[in-house]
Ligand binder design. Structure first.
Ligand SMILES: NC(=O)C1=CN([C@@H]2O[C@H](COP(=O)(O)OP(=O)(O)OC[C@H]3O[C@@H](n4cnc5c(N)ncnc54)[C@H](OP(=O)(O)O)[C@@H]3O)[C@@H](O)[C@H]2O)C=CC1
Ligand SMILES: CC(=O)N[C@@H](CCC(=O)OP(=O)(O)O)C(=O)O
Length: 348
């Protein structure tokens, strides 16, 4: 399909932060035609009216989500709040449309667990087994043939990529892993809420959801698969006064002498186009991945303490959402995996 005519793409939720990031990336993708971009609030408005950065690149007009438009697409991205995609995906799948969901609707395999964390029963639990969790670095082959792709969350992407080499090689104690993670405010989406005001988030810094965040079961599910055994994880998210970026500091105690951990990470990610293991002693900076689909990782064993510290950074809207979704689309439709995703991080 990659060498033929462009594939037809639909985006549900085109006015949100991840929706407009999909548009920014897909506008320069040579293999796609954007057929439908939905917004209920802004239906009828040209995309470029709302997002002048896309003037001259995207000539689409926002439309109401309509089954006939979406059903005529080859792939539909859901960039909608949790609980929306699961109501439309079954019909689209029946029509032969590939669904890539940026929300959490298909990430957890257990419907009861989903209901517990997301506060409503799952609308199509029968699809949870089939849905492929779209973290290419661990599941590339299944993504290539999936009908339904659950795009990972932003925190889960940074944490899983950071811990993967340690868990796959059984180098660390798995019952007391710690993920201390910070996010920029765009992670909360484009909505008018008092806690997201600049005067509430600026010049301050806080943890939130320490008692339980809905990304915890998603991360644990992924880590268990990597480790092949139960995993105990303490996950503490924080809100940083910046717009984009996730910085994960991960702690894991080694079981025995771990060998050359730097080399282990370099080997594991040697062929990964979007994971960059930094030289020893580096401290990744979120701004170096801002706007790019890269995850940058550094690994330490400070003071020979037996405690491994991994630093993992991504842009929450790119590798943590829209970029990873396009990476999955590329795999699924036979494009070069990096197509449309070669933007370099913005500095400063
Ligand atoms: N922001 C981030 O960093 C990340 C977000 N995600 C996930 O991606 C999804 C989108 O996030 P984000 O872009 O931040 O969200 P936003 O709140 O910024 O945007 C949501 C979009 O969905 C549309 N929408 C809302 N309700 C409905 C509905 N009932 N039916 C159809 N469309 C609807 C909105 O447009 P309108 O109301 O006009 O229709 C809007 O375009 C969420 O599930 C989020 O959890 C995942 C990883 C990272
Ligand atoms: C800073 C901030 O508020 N981040 C969001 C998580 C990001 C997100 O959108 O969640 P999904 O990946 O599950 O879709 C939060 O904590 O709710």
């Amino acid at each position: 399909m990659a060498s033929g005519k462009p594939i037809e793409v639909g985006i549900v939720g085109g006015t949100g932060y991840t929706g407009v990031e999909l548009l920014r990336i897909l506008a320069l993708h040579p293999g796609v035609h954007i057929r439908a971009v939905t917004s209920r609030a802004d239906a009828g408005r040209p995309v470029a009216d709302l997002y002048p950065n896309l003037r001259g690149y995207v000539d689409a007009v926002f439309s109401e989500p309509a089954a006939e438009d979406l059903g005529a697409c080859d792939v539909v991205f859901f960039a909608t709040p949790n609980g929306i995609a699961m109501k439309s995906a079954p019909v689209l799948l029946e029509q032969g449309v590939v669904v890539i969901d940026l929300s959490a609707d298909f990430r957890l395999k257990d419907a009861d667990e989903w209901a517990r964390w997301y506060g409503e029963p799952h609308a199509c639990p029968e699809l949870l087994d089939e849905a492929v969790y779209g973290l290419p670095e661990i599941r590339r082959d299944s993504i290539r043939s999936a009908r339904l792709i659950a795009n990972p969350g932003c925190y889960p992407t940074a944490v899983q990529l950071g811990l993967m080499p340690l868990l796959e090689n059984r180098l660390v104690v798995t019952d007391r892993l710690i993920a201390d993670v910070k996010s920029g405010v765009s992670g909360a989406g484009r909505k008018a809420e008092m806690p997201l005001l600049m005067s509430e988030t600026g010049e301050s810094f806080k943890a939130y959801a320490v008692a339980g965040h809905r990304h915890w079961p998603e991360i644990v599910q992924g880590l268990v698969q990597m480790a092949g055994e139960p995993v105990g994880l303490t996950f503490v998210p924080h809100l940083l006064p910046m717009i984009r970026g996730i910085h994960a500091t991960l702690y894991a105690a080694v079981i025995d002498e771990p060998g050359d951990v730097q080399q282990l990470y370099e080997q594991r990610y040697r062929d990964e186009p979007f994971v960059d293991v930094l030289p020893p002693g580096s401290h990744p900076d979120t701004r170096n991945v801002r706007g790019s689909n890269r995850c940058q990782i550094a690994v330490f064993e400070p003071q020979g303490s037996g405690q491994i510290v991994v630093l993992s950074v991504i842009d929450n809207l790119v590798k943590g959402a829209a970029g990873q979704a396009v990476q999955n689309m590329n795999l699924r439709f036979g494009f070069e995996e990096t197509t449309g995703l070669q933007a370099i991080g913005l500095y400063p």
